[in-house]
Design a protein around this ligand. Structure first.
Ligand SMILES: *[C@@H]1O[C@H](CO)[C@@H](O)[C@H](O)[C@H]1NC(C)=O
Ligand SMILES: *[C@@H]1O[C@H](CO)[C@@H](O)[C@H](O)[C@H]1NC(C)=O
Ligand SMILES: *[C@@H]1O[C@H](CO)[C@@H](O)[C@H](O)[C@H]1NC(C)=O
Ligand SMILES: *[C@@H]1O[C@H](CO)[C@@H](O)[C@H](O)[C@H]1NC(C)=O
Length: 368
């Protein structure tokens, strides 16, 4: 068999800042170039704009133009001027991701958790949280910016960011979906804190292409369950399934709605563990559900992708994307390409950059 991993030749060794154990982690080239792994994946490491990178979101852009990736980058999480940056993988240059540039930065503040959403009018909308630098999450609010051309390939293609949700502690994390009318936006969000350490999940709605005023849909019993990832179980039906990050680091939780998000069941623990870190679910075209998550209650060093055939109740197939003993591989996101049906995945790589991976759904359960 022809070995395809030569292009991943290790250029240098770095030491994991996270573990403190001086376990060497092989550092690949952070050059945006797409390379095969030899086990059936294709991967790339974003060119990191600043010292620290976290919380990516990978998104298809209009009319087959390619992909966009957003994440937050700066000195370190919570520091002044930490910015939302964007890179593109276009059909015109499909061999490498472009160099990222800043699309939202606020002196005195630290920006976080970007989410992209393509509107039914073709424009590309950014949502992210922003908190006073070095002051914790209590006073975070949510901001938005728009690229009317749906691509946003240069800084001048983006509007000035504006605050939309000012309630203290407001955070975004996971994808927007459309309501059953195919036009109302459902933006899952959460409150990072509150008067009594009150952390819970929520959905904002817009039937004005994000112009406001925004409506509200409430989950039920989500205290300490945050960062909801919501999927439509079957196109054209009002059934939604939500999965939650567990602040108490035990399980991924799951709730369902049969009325398009107006009312929800109380969340119940799934068999999947959670380490109090970000997760994301994706409804596949064939009816199955894919989940990217850390398959442990402890560290962020293992990262997995799992498949469910029953709307997320059980997860018979699971495969590791990262199998390390130290270092952080976290905050994964994914979507399925509507035409090729490939999965596109992104996640934090050692807080140094973002790793992009694409794979066939069959890779997850493939005998190896
Ligand atoms: C953040 O940016 C502002 C404006 O560019 C600058 O004045 C300030 O020094 C920066 N903060 C840090 C910590 O670099
Ligand atoms: C949040 O804002 C309130 C009032 O604006 C202020 O009193 C409080 O100190 C702020 N807290 C943080 C953590 O920034
Ligand atoms: C929304 O889109 C789906 C899938 O294309 C379609 O089946 C459904 O009829 C549409 N619903 C409305 C209200 O247009
Ligand atoms: C993960 O790595 C450990 C060694 O650290 C190895 O024993 C195990 O087989 C690996 N698991 C998978 C699924 O590759």
């Amino acid at each position: 068999m022809k070995m395809q991993c030569g292009s991943e030749i290790l250029l240098l060794l770095v030491f994991s800042a996270v573990s403190g154990l001086n376990v060497p982690i092989a550092q690949p080239s952070y050059d945006g170039v797409i390379r095969p792994t030899g086990d059936g994946r294709e991967i790339a490491y974003m060119i990191p704009p600043f010292a620290s990178s976290h919380a990516s979101h990978v998104q298809p852009i209009v009319a087959g133009a390619g992909l966009a990736m957003v994440w937050f980058s700066g000195t370190k999480e919570g520091a002044d001027n930490v910015s939302i940056v964007i890179a593109h993988l276009t059909t015109a240059n499909s061999l490498a991701w472009s160099t990222a540039f800043v699309i939202s930065r606020r002196p005195g503040y630290s920006n976080q958790n970007p989410v992209l959403h393509t509107s039914q009018d073709g424009s590309l909308h950014l949502f992210h949280s922003s908190q006073p630098a070095s002051q914790g999450e209590d006073n975070a609010s949510v901001w938005t910016a728009v690229a009317p051309d749906g691509i946003g390939a240069a800084p001048g293609m983006w509007s000035q960011p504006e605050e939309i949700f000012s309630k203290a502690g407001s955070f975004t994390k996971n994808r927007v979906l459309f309501a059953l009318d195919n036009s109302t936006w459902l933006l899952p969000m959460y409150y990072a804190t509150g008067p009594n350490d009150d952390q819970y999940s929520h959905i904002k709605t817009s039937n004005t292409l994000g112009q406001g005023p925004w409506g509200n849909l409430d989950f039920k019993d989500t205290s300490h369950l945050v960062q909801p990832t919501v999927i439509r179980s079957r196109s054209g039906y009002p059934r939604l399934t939500a999965f939650f990050r567990d602040r108490d680091a035990a399980h991924i939780y799951r709730a369902t709605s049969d009325d398009d998000g107006k009312s929800w069941t109380s969340p119940a623990a799934t068999p999947l563990p959670n380490n109090n870190a970000g997760i994301q679910a994706c409804q596949l075209q064939d009816g199955r559900v894919a989940m990217v998550f850390n398959p442990t209650t402890k560290s962020r060093s293992l990262l997995a992708i799992a498949l469910s055939e029953d709307e997320g109740l059980t997860w018979p197939h699971q495969r590791l994307l990262e199998n390390e003993t130290s270092g952080e591989f976290s905050y994964p996101t994914l979507f399925q390409d509507a035409v090729t049906r490939q999965l596109h995945v992104s996640y934090t790589f050692l807080r140094q950059t973002i790793k992009y991976t694409r794979l066939e759904v069959d890779w997850i359960a493939r005998v190896r």
